[in-house]
Design a protein around this ligand. Structure first.
Ligand code: CP
Length: 309
């Protein structure tokens, strides 16, 4: 039986490299299922999406993945439409919804919310983002995309650009890249540096990490450039946001003049202004392929959790 069977997915730190490889390998199989239009292996199973903060890709790709495998989906429909608006707490919501479904996908603005939910129920809980903390399923699809584009992860020079302070996708991804032996280049304004506790953790697991303030100095060496937006909604102080907004931008000129032709540009999306729209036409831009991979990887994950793979 798969080690994912009936398992919570809360933090990337809960997974070994071997387990991540199992998921990536199953995603390769699931890509063929996706291309055939899906099947009905999860018929009779129900996925509940509880999103207490905004999402387009994560919620819809989980729902799409479940539908493509023949399962059903129920959704809270946002906190304003739910009894949360009447003052119900997360614990009571989870202890209610567990009777309606076989797996819960939860996004919540508070760090630790998914871990708390998982402790309250035997139904598997998948963390779809908890504050600035973790977004493990985004990392799964990021790893799959890098594998697909480059054929490996170990030894690649991977730049993480942007808001490394509040960006939960890069907090999860940096750890996973270290497990796979990539060389990590952290590129951010001083104010948006990767938090020190994550840098210390990366050091402890033997990651090769370099910090940069300027994209231009490292861009020519990169195999992958992973861009993030400034997480405006996470800033406790609006003035702090004003000081850093617009402080980095990926332009067509920059890529054409300084990047390798086989560079892969990724972005978890949504994008605001950190990648100019005309970069989309360049062969290096792969962020909409990354979106497609999100459905495939979430199909693989749901199948391993609910169906046993
Ligand atoms: N990448 C990501 O988490 O996108 P959404 O916020 O739209 O779900």
């Amino acid at each position: 039986m798969s080690s994912f069977a009936n398992r919570d997915v809360i933090s990337i730190r809960d997974f070994t490299r071997k387990e991540l490889e199992e998921l990536l390998s199953h995603a390769e199989e699931m890509e063929r299922v996706y291309e055939r239009g899906g099947d009905d292996r999860l018929s009779g199973k129900i996925l509940a999406t509880l999103f207490f903060s905004p999402s387009t890709r994560t919620r819809l790709s989980f729902e799409s993945a479940m539908h493509r495998l023949g399962g059903d989906v129920i959704s809270l429909g946002g906190k304003e439409a739910a009894s949360t608006a009447k003052g119900e707490n997360l614990a009571d919501t989870v202890r209610t919804v567990e009777h309606y479904c076989d797996v819960i996908v939860l996004r919540h603005p508070k760090e630790g919310a998914a871990r708390l939910a998982a402790e309250l129920t035997d139904v598997p809980v998948i963390n779809a983002g908890d504050g600035a903390n973790q977004h493990p399923t985004q990392t799964f699809l990021d790893l799959y995309t890098i594998m697909k584009e480059k054929g490996r992860i170990g030894g690649l020079r991977i730049g993480l650009l942007g808001d490394l302070k509040y960006g939960r996708t890069v907090h999860s991804l940096a750890y996973a890249l270290a497990l796979f032996g990539a060389k990590i280049h952290l590129i951010s304004p001083e104010e948006l540096r990767m938090p020190s506790h994550i840098l210390e953790e990366l050091e402890q697991i033997g990651a090769e990490v370099e910090e940069h303030r300027d994209l231009g100095e490292i861009l020519p060496d990169l195999d992958v450039l992973y861009v993030t937006r400034i997480q405006r909604e996470m800033f406790p102080d609006p003035e702090e946001f004003e000081r850093v907004k617009g402080s980095y931008k990926v332009t067509r000129e920059l890529i054409e003049e300084h990047a390798r032709s086989d560079l892969v540009i990724l972005h978890p999306l949504p994008r605001v202004d950190e990648i100019e729209p005309d970069v989309d036409e360049l062969p290096q831009a792969r962020y909409f392929d990354q979106v497609r991979n999100g459905v495939i990887v979430r199909m693989a994950l749901l199948d391993l959790i609910l169906g046993g793979g």
